[in-house]
Design a protein around this ligand. Sequence first.
Ligand code: TYD
Length: 142
Amino acid sequence: MSLNIRNSRFIELPKIKDGRDGILCVAEQQKNISFDIKRVFYIYDLHDNNAVRGKHAHKNVEQVIFCIKGSLELLLDDGLYKETVKLEKPNVGLYLGTYVWNVMTKFSEDCILLVLASDFYNENEYIRDYNQFLAIALKQSE
Ligand code: TYD
């Protein structure tokens, strides 16, 4: 399960099963999460299968996105390559580093996303204009 997109990879958390009901997964900073976690946010109550979220890249913030219930698709684009991935396993997250354009679609109705982020929210570190993203991303890969 490797990706061709730069600064992106899947992260598989071990499933802890101890004979009782349920599966326990643990994400720890500087262990299976490669950065210090400064912010956690989650998205739920998705009803429109055609909804589109994301459509941006980050200049500084790194994230790991878990779909802890249901499923969604993410289009990843590093300026050179595009790849669509599906998140549907609660123990498998997507590490998304800087300068990767992502578009989230095809949310299942029960979808719940849990995102771990390396820094506080700061609108100034978002790139929300695709052409601006492309110009920077292509320059970086020269
Ligand atoms: P956005 O990051 O565009 O959401 P998505 O990537 O899911 O499409 O954020 C949507 C709105 O929420 C925007 O007005 C900024 C706000 N927001 C915060 O205030 N703090 C946060 O940590 C995040 C992620 C978003």
